[in-house]
Ligand binder design. Structure first.
Ligand code: DC
Length: 437
């Protein structure tokens, strides 16, 4: 789950986000710290920050890392701990300008999204809910009146840099905050703005703890909606016992499946593949099924309960895409057989381009998946399965769409398709050479 917290400086974003992450045991990611670290790099190289070319050149020198030391996040720029030095007034005075460069935002957003693909996290920044994670499950926009915010920042500054506190007045901080709000809110790329589906919380009169409590209530609501249905759980358990008992099911690579929405892309050789993948995946999976299967009312009720969604038979049917994107937008996992149909003899067949289009448009990563033995267990031309064949399911490393977004649309689709096909083949080879032997 992603919790996106946005808002201007001094609204208590960091305090709230940190404490929220701690209470939920989520990863905490302060995206402002990244823009600050890059600003520090500019200061260290004494470049002219208005010269875009000079700023651009520094991208190659930007090695950023986050480490957890004694429960606190520490930020590293080229291996140096810069947790304190990114908060100085010098950095603060240039960070808005630096953060307005589109090429820089593009690079940093890539890193932020990659982190978000992996784990449950609280992200704080200015464009989390609008640009970086438009599908975040919970979006919060914090606000507070400028005077309150300036006072908070003044106090923070006095605590962090007591030796410098006489050099900065409350008024200066207020002016700086207002200037920064203006730059952040009026820049062309990813301006600071409340997402239409974000919850607005005014923190002027309430404590950080109260804000956290309020967000936790919203998180609980969302979790309730996402909870696995008991019916799915029971059927999955029975099916798993069936495959283990009668087909000696083995599963590999479950750690590769991201917690967030993704497309599970598997080879397809048998009717057994969808249930086999469903019992192998520790998370609930959604399926696409021919609409003709939903004609019988009882059967339709059953498969709908098991997350099957009816689709038309044409590959580029608009309704089909609507169904697919609505599943992925809700942060669910979707099983797709990119070869289009069951293979005739259990072999891998070339995959179709649709998966590239879907993944790039939705931003969901693809988990290449290889199923083995299902053709032998229940091939296309047999009415009944042959029991006691061995079946296996292997999940590979996820393919992130962030690595393809810089390409032209058609080129990106082609590259994603090739990578998916190659990954499934590699899983097959790995399985045959290292595991099956
Ligand atoms: O939250 P902060 O004050 O540390 O942020 C520093 C600056 O970085 C702020 O001026 C806005 C900018 N920023 C941004 O443009 N986008 C983000 N996601 C986070 C911060």
């Amino acid at each position: 789950m992603i919790i996106a917290i946005d808002g201007p400086a001094g609204t208590g974003k960091s305090t709230v986000a940190k404490s929220l992450a701690k209470r939920l045991n989520f990863f905490y990611f302060d995206t402002g710290a990244m823009y600050r670290a890059f600003s520090l790099l500019c200061l260290n190289h004494a470049i002219d920050i208005d010269n875009e070319e000079q700023v651009k050149k520094l991208l190659d020198n930007f090695n950023y890392d986050i480490k957890d030391l004694n429960g606190e996040k520490h930020y590293f720029l080229n291996k140096e701990d810069v947790t304190q030095s990114i908060r100085t007034p010098e950095v603060t005075s240039i960070v808005s300008k630096i953060a307005s460069y589109p090429f820089l935002r593009e690079e940093l957003v890539k890193i932020q999204r990659k982190f978000g693909e992996k784990e449950d996290a609280v992200f704080e920044g200015r464009d989390m809910g609008t640009v970086v994670f438009p599908n975040a499950e919970v979006k919060i926009f914090l606000t507070a009146n400028p005077e309150v915010r300036a006072e908070r920042r003044y106090k923070e500054f006095q605590e962090k840099f007591p030796e410098k506190s006489s050099t900065l007045s409350l008024n200066q901080i207020l002016e700086d905050i207002q200037k920064r709000d203006h730059t952040d809110a009026t820049r062309e790329v990813s301006p600071l703005k409340q997402a239409s589906d974000a919850h607005l919380i005014d923190t002027s009169q309430i404590s950080a703890n109260e804000v956290v409590d309020c967000i936790i209530l919203k998180v609980r609501d969302v979790k309730k909606k996402l909870k696995r249905s008991l019916f799915y759980k029971v059927i999955r358990f029975i099916a798993k016992c069936f495959f283990k008992l009668f087909f000696r099911l083995k599963v590999y690579g479950v750690e590769n499946i991201p917690k967030r929405s993704c497309i599970i892309a598997s080879n397809h050789a048998s009717f057994f593949d969808p249930p086999l993948i469903a019992v192998s995946c520790p998370y609930e999976i959604h399926f696409l099924a021919r609409s003709s299967l939903f004609k019988n009312r009882m059967f339709s009720w059953l498969i709908k309960k098991l997350n099957a969604h009816p689709i038309g038979m044409k590959a580029n049917d608009r309704k089909t895409f609507k169904v697919i994107f609505s599943i992925l937008r809700k942060n669910q996992k979707l099983l797709i057989f990119p070869e289009g149909a069951r293979s005739k003899k259990g072999e891998l067949t070339p995959i179709k381009s649709g998966i590239g289009f879907i993944a790039l448009k939705s931003g969901a990563s693809i988990v290449p998946t290889y199923v083995d033995g299902t053709y032998e267990a229940w091939p296309r031309n047999k009415k009944f399965p042959s029991f006691f064949q061995k079946v296996s399911c292997m999940f590979g490393a996820p393919i992130s769409m962030e690595d393809y977004k810089h390409l032209e649309k058609e080129e990106a689709i082609q590259a994603v398709v090739e990578k998916t096909e190659k990954s499934i083949k590699e899983l097959q080879q790995h399985f045959k050479n290292k595991i099956k032997k």
